[in-house]
Write a protein that binds this ligand. Structure first.
Ligand SMILES: Nc1ncnc2c1ncn2[C@@H]1O[C@H](COP(=O)(O)OP(=O)(O)OP(=O)(O)O)[C@@H](O)[C@H]1O
Ligand SMILES: [Mg+2]
Length: 159
């Protein structure tokens, strides 16, 4: 879909968070400034996390507690896949929280093969972004219909 403004990207993410289960992984993909952190902020809101979510660029991982624990990871600064392997992401992902990884496409070989890819892109206007949700593996494919409902509801909602 196309979101019209940062608030609509956050609203979509908050609705997706309503479908989240322990152990879920979301891989956020898209150029600089396309809204990966904005998506993480909305997702946190959807998990009833009150703390402000900022870019974890300098810390790599930040964790927040709401309905579920949210691990917000940004691997932009990792130079090599080996550094991602050293982070032991599979262990982080497996600890019962939900993990969101910005620039996650760079480290897919170091990740479990079940995740929701969230692909963000620029739109026709300054405040438009394309947002595509693509289940990889069974975990999210099983929720595909509910994901479609979430997108449809966000489209109809206030923006
Ligand atoms: N429809 C939209 N969805 C999301 N962000 C939008 C939208 N329209 C405008 N913006 C603006 O685009 C910027 C997105 O910044 P954000 O930090 O979320 O991007 P990012 O993908 O995380 O960037 P980086 O690659 O630096 O981590 C914000 O300033 C936000 O206000
Ligand atoms: Mg960011």
């Amino acid at each position: 879909m196309t979101t019209h403004g940062v608030e609509q990207t956050r609203a979509l993410a908050a609705a997706v968070a309503g479908l989240a289960e322990p152990g879920d992984l979301l891989v956020l993909v898209g150029d600089l400034g396309t809204g990966k952190t904005a998506f993480a902020q909305g997702f946190a809101r959807g998990l009833h996390i009150d703390e402000p979510v900022t870019s974890p660029t300098f810390t790599l991982v930040r964790s927040y507690t709401g309905r579920l624990v949210l691990h917000h990871v940004d691997v932009y600064r990792l130079d090599r896949l080996q550094e991602a392997l050293d982070l032991d992401l599979p262990q982080l992902i497996d600890d019962g929280g939900v993990t969101l990884i910005e620039w996650g496409d760079a480290v897919v070989p170091a990740l479990p093969p079940e995740f929701l890819e969230v692909r963000l892109g620029y739109g026709e206007a300054d405040d438009h972004r394309s947002v595509a949700l693509r289940p990889v593996g069974h975990r999210w494919a099983a929720r595909e219909r509910r994901l479609r409902d979430v997108v449809a509801a966000t489209r109809r909602g206030p923006c």
